[in-house]
Design a protein around this ligand. Structure first.
Ligand code: M6R
Length: 579
């Protein structure tokens, strides 16, 4: 992943770069760094950890590049922080992506006497540029990229040059154009306070930025035309508004998000015979719920695919397929690759995307925006619910049952009533926050929710949690059940209620502790559960919309009791732009 930014202009670059990095920190926060060229010298400030830590030092100069890292190769530490310089300190680079042939290139460079200061794949880029430089930085970059395999966006400066070069192949890079200053960044959010004029670079393009000009070339060095796009959205100042964490704020925003998402028009041409849902993580669980719903309501076959698996298994895709990519960021590398593959095979593509003008949003045939607004917490909550809402609308549209939308006002009220009982879930969380392992179970529409609940717990509280279809327990996982392994059972009053109920009995018979999420008025479930959190009764298909709320709050409160870094959990990043 990683976030990169470059500035060239008349202003002091340091603060512009650091403030840009803060907007990009969702892409990774293992280390951060700035390089600025001034009076024929490159000065560097690099730190382990957050961008905030860069602020104690200010470097003078008007040309610079900066980086916030999500570690792929080499542990998070200052030595592995970008920017990297060559041995003569003439060049500095920042890189986002993975150079897959770096070992081979590193050996080659080492044999030539180059010594390395880090364990990263990225550092080889700067040494190759230094090696390939003969009076022209752009030519050195063009020569260097011929050697690189993998995905990258990188920016490079020279100590006495008056330009920044950026190259894109597989990782996002956008140019910001302003008066007497230009920018490069991983995404628009880092630029928008300075300019609304942007150029989205395509793969296999490089940009040569000077203070007053921007030229774009293909990887053969041939100049290409580009389109300047005007950004018509503003960066809402993301604030916690009194909430302890962004995640909690985002959980509580969900009633409004559903209302907002309800307004999104869904007009889908029904010119396909199968839907393929592709996504990663939480977004993929929204896709799995979509499979259950669309097949149930619209009787259209839906395949559910984890994007990172999909692309390499030689999937059967035809022109009759509609491939639906679900993504909050719209930048997830595997989901993007899946969409590109689908287009190559002639399938129709649809994106259910939150971030406006993100790469997937721009590449799909049709995009539906989820209107969740900026999601800052790394753990997805409101984006998930907004994805679900769009999927429900899609299912109603495809099955000509739009009258079902009438229930949504009532659902919103019921979600509000659950949110008002956050303290109740907090007490529940208090009883379990010292557990080391959890099982999550559910059947039918509640199974993807079990997956989502377990993921929430894992990612923010670092407690091991496994999710299973409740009926699958007896095929192995029930061996794990003991007093030390609590189970969270999602068991609303739906068609499979008696089956899930029996599965809970099986756990109790083996002395497992059970927390059930059940429908108000269900007295029986109390008899077989250690704890019950009741949700209001709704029409069967709508339970995922309300049952996800206690799961989010449960994970949140557990992580809070454990004093975890909830909005920026360890090892994670909000936008996953590497494979
Ligand atoms: O931006 P995307 O929706 O494509 O991201 C997909 C996953 O990386 C994301 O949902 C991830 O699993 C979240 N951390 C879950 O909370």
């Amino acid at each position: 992943m990683c976030g990169i930014i470059g500035y060239i202009g008349e202003k002091e670059a340091n603060d512009i770069l650091i403030s840009g990095l803060e907007k990009l920190e969702y892409r990774g926060y293992d280390s951060a760094g700035v390089a600025i060229a001034h009076e024929s010298q490159i000065k560097i400030n690099k730190v382990k950890g957050r961008v905030e830590n860069l602020k104690s030092i200010t470097i003078i100069g008007n040309i610079g590049i900066a980086h916030t890292r999500w570690a792929t190769h080499g542990k998070p530490c200052q030595e592995n922080a970008h920017p990297f310089v060559d041995e003569t300190n003439n060049f500095a680079i920042v890189h986002n992506g993975i150079i897959e042939n770096y070992l081979e290139l590193k050996e080659e460079l080492s044999r030539e006497g180059v010594s390395f200061s880090s364990n990263t794949d990225s550092e080889i880029i700067v040494h190759l540029i230094a090696k390939n430089y003969h009076d022209n930085l752009k030519e050195a970059v063009l020569k260097t990229i011929k050697k690189l395999a993998g995905a990258y966006a990188f920016c490079v400066i020279k100590k006495d040059a008056s330009e920044i070069i950026g190259a894109r192949n597989g990782s996002p890079l956008v140019v910001g154009i302003a008066d007497s200053e230009n920018f490069l960044a991983s995404d628009v959010s880092a630029l928008i306070e300075h300019t609304k004029k942007v150029v989205y670079l395509n793969d296999f393009q490089i940009a040569e930025l000077k203070k007053d000009s921007c030229k774009v070339y293909n990887f053969d060095g041939v100049e290409e035309n580009y389109e300047i796009k005007e950004i018509n959205w503003t960066l809402e100042k993301a604030q916690k508004q009194g909430y302890k964490h962004f995640m909690l704020k985002e959980i509580f925003e969900q009633p409004d998000i559903i209302r907002e998402t309800m307004k999104v028009p869904i007009a889908i041409e029904k010119n396909f015979s199968r839907i393929i849902m592709v996504a990663c993580g939480t977004a993929s669980y929204a896709g799995l719920i979509g499979k259950y719903l669309i097949e149930k309501l619209a009787k259209i076959p839906v395949t559910y695919e984890i994007a990172s698996e999909f692309r390499y298994k030689e999937p059967l895709i035809s022109k009759e397929d509609l491939v639906v990519a679900i993504s909050q960021s719209g930048e997830t590398a595997d989901t993007l690759a899946a969409i590109r593959l689908a287009k190559e095979k002639g399938a129709k593509t649809l994106g259910i995307i939150n971030v406006i003008d993100s790469t997937i949003a721009r590449e799909v045939d049709k995009v539906i925006y989820t209107r969740a607004g900026p999601e800052i917490g790394v753990a997805s909550t409101k984006a998930f619910l907004s994805q679900l809402m769009i999927i429900y609308k899609l299912a109603f549209n495809l099955s000509d049952q739009e009258e079902l939308l009438e229930y949504i006002d009532d659902i919103i009220l019921k979600i509000k009533s659950i949110l008002s009982r956050s303290e109740e879930i907090k007490e529940l969380a208090h009883n379990y926050y010292l557990s080391h392992n959890f099982l999550y179970i559910g059947r039918n529409l509640s199974f993807p929710l079990a997956l989502e609940g377990a993921l929430k717990l894992k990612e923010i509280s670092y407690i091991h949690a496994e999710a299973y279809p409740a009926g699958e327990l007896k095929h192995g996982p029930i061996a794990l059940v003991s007093e030390e392994m609590p189970t969270l059972a999602i068991c609303p009053k739906d068609a499979v209620y008696p089956k899930t109920f029996s599965n809970i009995e099986e756990i109790k018979a083996r002395e497992g502790k059970v927390i059930s999420i059940a429908t108000e008025g269900d007295e029986d479930i109390k008899k077989i559960s250690d704890e019950v959190f009741y949700v209001p009764e709704v029409k069967e298909i709508f339970y995922p919309l309300i049952c996800c709320i206690p799961l989010q709050l449960f994970a949140y409160h557990i992580a809070d009791f454990k004093e975890c870094d909830i909005d920026k959990p360890r090892n994670l990043a909000k936008s996953v732009t590497v494979e």
